[in-house]
Structure formats: structure tokens, C-alpha cells
Design a protein. Structure first.
Length: 203
């Protein structure tokens, strides 16, 4: 898909474009595209990959837009989440991408779990049967610290610990799941020490 109109997914500042074109010249391969895609999710938002691509390495389904004589190839599954992003040049860190879009909180949507027993037992069954299987794909898990009615205390580990999305995941997904399934629980408390996390969500 060749986008030659003024409608573009990303903006490239003049200084960044000059630098990219300089780098492309050193490759001495005609027709190189700049490939840009979202490769996953990091602690503070999306993670990105950029590379120079030969024309034959550009996928037929990629969205192609032109910045001066630089064709930029963006995979279709990255187009929506890159809309409005700005590729700029930072003196200290080189090329940087400022993206107004943020990753969605990972959905739970786990299987229906039959709950029985005390509130603590019900929460544990929910964690084991629905919550942990759903967030395992992101390298994370949740551990029940304890129940102090009407509150439950949870600890997030693995990919969840230190993740910029962890609080959002807790509030939008896990908390809603627990409050809905275990009526005795009215509050979910995050007992995680997020300063210790080293592995952000990465899908």
C-alpha cells in the first residue's frame, strides 16, 4: 500500500530525517526503506524496532509512506498504534520516537472458574484458574498475600513487577475480576514492591 499523500502515520523531524538519510547513504544499497514496527511492550509504553530494509524485504502488506525520498515501511498491525508518533533526534540517545498512544492493559478473559469455600480460598481459586493463566503470556503472575476483609492483598511478580502497566492491569482487570466474583471482597490492595522489578511486560 503506497501512501504518497499528505496523510501519514508518523512525523519525522527534519533533523531526524537528515540523520537517517546520512545513515542510509553509508549502506550503499539503492532503494533502502526505513522499517519501523512495534515489537512489544516495555515498562513505559511500546517497544520499537527500526531497520533499513531492501525493497525485496518489504512485505506486500506493509503501509508505505514517503518522507522526502525516504520510504518508510510500517507493518499493518503497527499502523494504528503508531498514528501521530514523531520520530526525532535526541543529542544524547540518538533517534527517539514520541508516541501519544499507549498499550492497552492486558485483558483477563480467562475461563469461568467455580469458586467455593472462604473468601481467601475463592480468591486463590480465581488467581489459579483465571488470572494467572491470562497474564502468563506477559511473563507475569499474581500471588495472594492475604485477606483482611473486606480487602485482599496481592503481589505481582515476574513481568508484572516493575511494569509500567502493572497498576493499570491491577485496577482495570484483576480488581474488577475479583470484586465481581467474590462479593465479600470490596478492595484490592497492591502489595508489590515495583522498585524491584527488572522484567517489564513483553509480548
Amino acid at each position: 500500500m503506497d501512501a504518497t499523500t499528505t496523510d501519514t502515520v508518523i512525523e519525522i523531524t527534519e533533523v531526524a530525517l537528515d540523520r537517517i538519510l546520512e545513515l542510509r547513504e553509508t549502506e550503499a544499497i539503492p532503494g533502502l526503506h526505513l522499517g519501523l514496527r512495534i515489537s512489544g511492550v516495555a515498562a513505559n509504553g511500546f517497544a520499537y524496532e527500526t531497520a533499513f530494509l531492501r525493497p525485496e524485504d518489504v512485505d506486500d502488506t506493509d503501509y508505505i509512506e514517503h518522507h522526502r525520498d525516504l520510504p518508510v515501511a510500517i507493518p499493518q498491525d503497527s499502523v494504528g498504534d503508531l498514528q501521530g508518533a514523531v520520530l526525532d533526534l535526541s543529542g544524547e540517545s540518538g533517534l527517539v520516537l514520541r508516541n501519544p498512544n499507549m498499550p492497552a492493559s492486558p485483558g483477563l478473559g480467562g475461563p469461568e472458574v467455580e469458586l467455593s469455600g472462604s473468601p481467601e480460598e475463592k480468591v486463590q481459586q480465581l488467581i489459579d484458574g483465571a488470572i494467572n493463566p491470562a497474564i502468563a503470556a506477559h511473563g507475569g503472575y499474581v500471588r495472594l498475600v492475604g485477606v483482611d476483609l473486606p480487602a485482599v492483598h496481592l503481589e505481582m511478580g515476574g513481568g508484572c513487577q516493575g511494569c509500567g502497566l502493572a497498576a493499570m492491569t491491577l485496577r482495570q482487570g484483576i480488581e474488577r475480576e475479583i470484586l465481581s466474583a467474590v462479593p465479600e471482597i470490596e478492595e484490592v490492595v497492591d502489595a508489590t514492591d515495583h522498585t524491584m522489578g527488572a522484567n517489564p511486560y513483553y509480548a
